[in-house]
Design a protein around this ligand. Structure first.
Ligand SMILES: *[C@@H]1O[C@H](CO)[C@@H](O)[C@H](O)[C@H]1NC(C)=O
Ligand SMILES: *[C@@H]1O[C@H](CO)[C@@H](O)[C@H](O)[C@H]1NC(C)=O
Ligand SMILES: *[C@@H]1O[C@H](CO)[C@@H](O)[C@H](O)[C@H]1NC(C)=O
Ligand SMILES: *[C@@H]1O[C@H](CO)[C@@H](O)[C@H](O)[C@H]1NC(C)=O
Ligand SMILES: *[C@@H]1O[C@H](CO)[C@@H](O)[C@H](O)[C@H]1NC(C)=O
Ligand SMILES: *[C@@H]1O[C@H](CO)[C@@H](O)[C@H](O)[C@H]1NC(C)=O
Length: 783
């Protein structure tokens, strides 16, 4: 019995030993590969123990060297050189190094730190298709992340810290569904972050510190497991990132954030380290942050945060470091901070606190500054902010979204527009960028990506304006700059410092709304940029100090210099009338604008109540719709009578989106009628004129031409005219469902344009020009 037991124990031992021996017996080719790696790395000290006789799989692991084998292959390779390793010699070739490395195809974990490796990372590294963890920190790798990287679908951890990688973060980041750690600290990455970052739901640590990133942080709320977000030393902004509530570490230090701090931050109960220093955050400092249960490090220094501290506030006993310095705080330091413990650091200089032992400003300083950032103290709530105070000022509202609407647009001349716009971008961009790096590079990537996204041409990027800029642009709302005033507030013409002309609408807010109330719609307003819309360039808030409620909103639009379409149709005295071709092109522009409003924005915008006076022409006679609906905040709609905003209906609440879209088609039909007849038309006359058009379609060419604008009678091709008349009549049909779709309208307009364009005979006589049939079958391309 005893010996049997003995025997089985021995058998088990032998089996175990054999299997160990088997699994640890490294294929000799792998040994050769490791020795070759040693050679290519120029025999670093850390590998000095490696030679022909080394049993790689059974040497003891150290913190700087570890080789893990499984089934005769190497699955983990961990080599850490001496800190501050020098560049490998000139004869080092990253190509041969990686070619050697990929002979270890089972590698799952690869650490090559501080080895002096230099060169652009070859895409070939993606042959290591099992890679899960990669740490190549502290080398001299440069260039962009190779696209082949996207094949590494098992990648969980990617650490490229302390190299010289550059370029933008690739959009294909979402090809790493398992990615939990992405650390790119201290590189030269630039550009804005791809939105795909927001879909990496497993992400736990995201460190992008110290690069040249800029622009908005994508929505990260879907990253439910995100614990560490480090964005310091970039040029991110202006809005506070949208984040989940599992954060432990949040570092936004030294960026270009200019918003207020969202309330939700106070519900991040796991937050231990919060550093938002050296930005321009405005609005109230949430005192609740000091009493978060886990918080140990809190640094808000170097912002423009306001608020009153009270002696009896509570704070988390675990707080080790609190830095409130250089803000606009008033009141007195909470007792809980002035504690006995020597380990605690509490800094609060350069505020307006009652304490005397750290350098403080006098109280009025904080009030004045607060106004300057667009926040008005209680007592001054309804007084006009003085010019002097404003001129101190910087950022006006920074946060939130904007609601505006039906905008009237007016006109002046803008010369050298292209050149000006170009300069303008460069300037805006360099504002957004980390210093010391070419704004031209920035303008290329940032600006091009923005325009491609929104189909706008020559527009500066969307941004937040400072109250100071608005005041300066309009010469403190000088009467001479007033373009008009309506139920929707005042419209001022303005000129930005760099010369760009803009139109600024100011909307006074009569009820108490916080900037947060406007938050939701900011993304919406940002989308109102299109070649055929008078586009939004940005906005600015003016707020009250006491409760940070919004006092006014300023919406900055592009300035369209060439007047309304109406003036080009009917103001014969001082304008040359539009040619027939220009009229068709204008109609195409308006139709494309409508199409964008319906389908280019989600939710679509219907019932825009368009009139010929709402269509403006730019310097190249490109038509732009100026008075379109913008979605509003639900609570703004409750303002009641005299509501300056038109009712917005989102498609979800709107049972008859199709019908809605047909009301725009009808309005478009009226504009078309006016273009054809060459005069403005009262709505009660539309039906009669429509019938006239209808009758003339079946009449002969001569009588058809007799009813249209004499200015184009001679040069229009009959087939083109007939097509325009037909589509016009169909748009004006009583029954909405029978009106054509906007796509149908566009197709017909394009057809009319191509027919007219193809006919380049002697343009002075109006021939009956037989329809050019081959064109009809040609595929029309919409741009
Ligand atoms: C590179 O040059 C060094 C001498 O500078 C030499 O010792 C080393 O063997 C060379 N390495 C390779 C891979 O040729
Ligand atoms: C290792 O073996 C190769 C041949 O297999 C030989 O050329 C080389 O000199 C050996 N290196 C050492 C350090 O023994
Ligand atoms: C990368 O590896 C080095 C060496 O092991 C380590 O010190 C460093 O912390 C690692 N980086 C990250 C982000 O884990
Ligand atoms: C807070 O942040 C500022 C600016 O980033 C920095 O200079 C300061 O040292 C930090 N304070 C503490 C106590 O770490
Ligand atoms: C703190 O003190 C203020 C007045 O100094 C008082 O209004 C407030 O209720 C106090 N809060 C608490 C929690 O005691
Ligand atoms: C980003 O860096 C790369 C490489 O340095 C450069 O080619 C590119 O133009 C830069 N892009 C921007 C937007 O600065």
């Amino acid at each position: 019995m005893g010996s049997r037991l003995h025997l089985s124990v021995v058998l088990i031992l032998v089996t175990v030993l054999l299997s160990i021996f088997h699994s640890e017996q490294l294929q000799s080719s792998h040994s050769q590969t490791l020795l070759r790696i040693q050679q290519l790395l120029n025999f670093p000290a850390v590998l000095s123990s490696w030679n022909n006789n080394t049993d790689f799989c059974s040497t003891d692991s150290t913190s700087s060297l570890n080789v893990v084998c499984y089934d005769g292959t190497i699955t983990q390779l961990h080599i850490v050189g001496e800190t501050r390793a020098l560049l490998l010699p000139k004869n080092f070739s990253i190509e041969s190094f990686v070619t050697t490395l990929v002979r270890l195809p089972s590698l799952k974990v690869l650490t090559l730190v501080s080895l002096g490796i230099w060169g652009p990372l070859p895409g070939k590294i993606a042959c290591l298709s099992s890679l899960e963890i990669v740490n190549v920190s502290s080398n001299f790798l440069y260039g962009s992340i190779p696209p082949e990287f996207s094949l590494l679908s098992h990648l969980q951890t990617l650490i490229l810290d302390d190299n010289m990688f550059s370029g933008r973060l690739p959009q294909w980041l979402d090809s790493f569904p398992a990615l939990t750690v992405l650390s790119l600290k201290n590189n030269l990455f630039n550009g804005s972050l791809p939105n795909s970052l927001g879909s990496l739901e497993n992400m736990r640590i995201l460190s992008l510190s110290h690069n040249h990133f800029y622009g908005p942080v994508p929505d990260l709320r879907r990253l439910r497991n995100l614990q560490v977000l480090e964005l310091d030393d970039n040029a991110f902004g202006p809005r506070f990132p949208q984040l989940g509530d599992k954060l432990v570490t949040l570092v936004l230090r030294n960026n270009k954030f200019r918003s207020s701090i969202p309330d939700e931050l106070s519900s991040c109960y796991q937050l231990e380290r919060l550093d938002i220093s050296a930005n321009t955050f405005v609005g109230p400092f949430q005192l609740a942050l000091m009493s978060l249960p886990s918080i140990t490090y809190l640094n808000i220094s170097g912002n423009k945060l306001t608020g009153m501290l009270l002696e009896n506030l509570s704070c988390n006993p675990g707080l080790e470091t609190v830095d409130l310095s250089s803000n606009l705080l008033t009141g007195s330091l909470p007792k809980c901070l002035m504690s006995n413990s020597n380990d605690r650091t509490v800094l609060y200089a350069r505020n307006c606190l009652e304490e005397t032992n750290q350098n403080q400003h006098a109280l009025p300083f904080c009030h004045t500054e607060a106004i300057a950032v667009g926040i008005v103290p209680e007592g001054k709530k309804h007084k006009r902010v003085s010019k002097e105070v404003l001129s101190l000022g910087i950022v006006c509202g920074t946060l939130g979204g904007v609601a505006i609407v039906a905008l009237l647009f007016f006109i002046i001349t803008k010369r050298d527009v292209k050149i000006k716009i170009k300069n303008h971008q460069t300037k805006l961009i360099s504002e957004n960028a980390a210093s010391g790096y070419s704004s031209k590079l920035l303008s290329d990537a940032w600006y091009i990506s923005q325009t491609m996204k929104f189909g706008t041409v020559g527009l500066p990027p969307y941004r937040v304006f400072s109250l100071d800029e608005i005041v300066a642009a309009t010469n403190n709302f000088d009467l001479a700059c007033l373009m008009g005033e309506g139920s929707q507030g005042k419209m001022h013409r303005g000129q930005l410092k760099d010369g760009l002309l803009v139109a600024i609408r100011s909307v006074k807010i009569t009820k108490n709304y916080s900037t947060q109330d406007f938050m939701q719609n900011i993304e919406q307003i940002f989308k109102y940029r299109h070649r055929h819309l008078v586009s939004v360039l940005g906005y600015c808030f003016e707020c009250y100090l006491d409760d940070s409620s919004v006092r006014s909103i300023f919406v900055v639009f592009e300035y369209v210099p060439n007047g309304t379409l109406k003036s080009w149709i009917s103001d014969r005295h001082y304008r040359k009338s539009l040619t027939w071709m220009q009229r068709i092109e204008t109609a195409i522009g308006v139709a494309k604008g409508i199409q964008y409003l319906h389908t280019g924005i989600v939710p679509g915008v219907y019932s825009n109540n368009l009139k010929i006076t709402d269509v403006l022409l730019d310097q190249n006679f490109v038509a732009k719709i100026s008075s379109y609906e913008l979605p509003l905040l639900s609570n703004l709609r409750k303002v009641g009578h005299g509501n300056p905003y038109r009712e917005f209906q989102s498609p979800s609440t709107n049972k008859s989106a199709k019908q809605e879209d047909k009301s725009d088609v009808y309005d478009f039909g009226v504009i078309l009628l006016e273009l054809i007849l060459g005069r403005t038309i009262k709505s009660r006359n539309v039906d009669t004129l429509k019938d006239l058009l209808q009758a003339s379609i079946t009449a002969d060419g001569e009588s058809r031409r007799s009813i249209i604008d004499p200015a184009v009678r001679k040069v229009c091709l009959d087939q083109s005219l007939k097509t325009m008349m037909e589509i016009c009549v169909r748009c004006l049909v009583k029954e909405p469902a029978e009106r054509p779709s906007i796509e149908d309208v566009l197709w017909n307009l394009q057809f009319a344009a191509q027919v007219q364009d193809a006919w380049r005979g002697d343009s002075q006589s109006c021939s009956d020009g037989s329809p050019i049939s081959p064109l009809a079958s040609r595929r029309m391309t919409f741009h």
